[in-house]
Design a protein around this ligand. Structure first.
Ligand SMILES: [Zn+2]
Ligand SMILES: [Zn+2]
Length: 161
């Protein structure tokens, strides 16, 4: 049986819950649910820099727009890359650039959503050019490798902190 404590903000209220960060007892009115457990109101106010991976609605919207832009602009870019030498290296550079764009527009948080948008936006232009061949049963192996490299680079661009 755990001992009864009293909320540090409401000394007359009994509680069995304490803050995950500072350990002070908090009552049901004072507890704030967070990703890492229940916290007191003071510690629930996490500084902005610590909120990695959490996007505000406008950042989500901007990220989606950036992803759409990358997907559309990527179509001619990929067509060009496929005609040039060193297409794998160019694909890595293009994918990394696309991922960086989404990462920056999304407030540099590098969260799962930013990564997902980067990956999908980078893959779309490649799929536009590769899908017809793939459907016809002629897989462009070089093109598929290019796509895989570009998508990986786009994901990597979001993992910086
Ligand atoms: Zn606390
Ligand atoms: Zn309280």
């Amino acid at each position: 049986m755990s001992e009864t404590m009293h909320c540090y903000r409401h000394p007359n209220r009994e509680t069995r819950v304490s803050c995950a960060t500072c350990g002070r007892p908090i009552c049901t009115d004072c507890m704030r649910p967070t990703y890492v457990g229940i916290k007191c109101p003071d510690d629930a106010k996490v500084p902005r820099g610590a909120r990695t991976g959490v996007m505000k609605p406008n950042q989500i919207l901007l990220s989606l727009l950036a992803g759409l832009g990358v997907a559309l602009m990527g179509i001619p870019v990929v067509a060009l890359i496929f005609d040039l030498p060193f297409q794998w290296l160019l694909s890595i550079a293009a994918g990394y650039g696309a991922g960086t764009l989404v990462y920056r527009v999304g407030g540099r948080n590098g969260g799962p959503l930013a990564i997902a948008i980067s990956l999908i936006a980078t893959a779309i232009p490649f799929l536009v050019w590769l899908a017809p061949g793939a459907l016809a049963g002629v897989a462009d192996v070089f093109g598929l490798v290019s796509m895989a490299l570009a998508v990986a680079a786009a994901g990597l661009a979001n993992r910086r902190s």
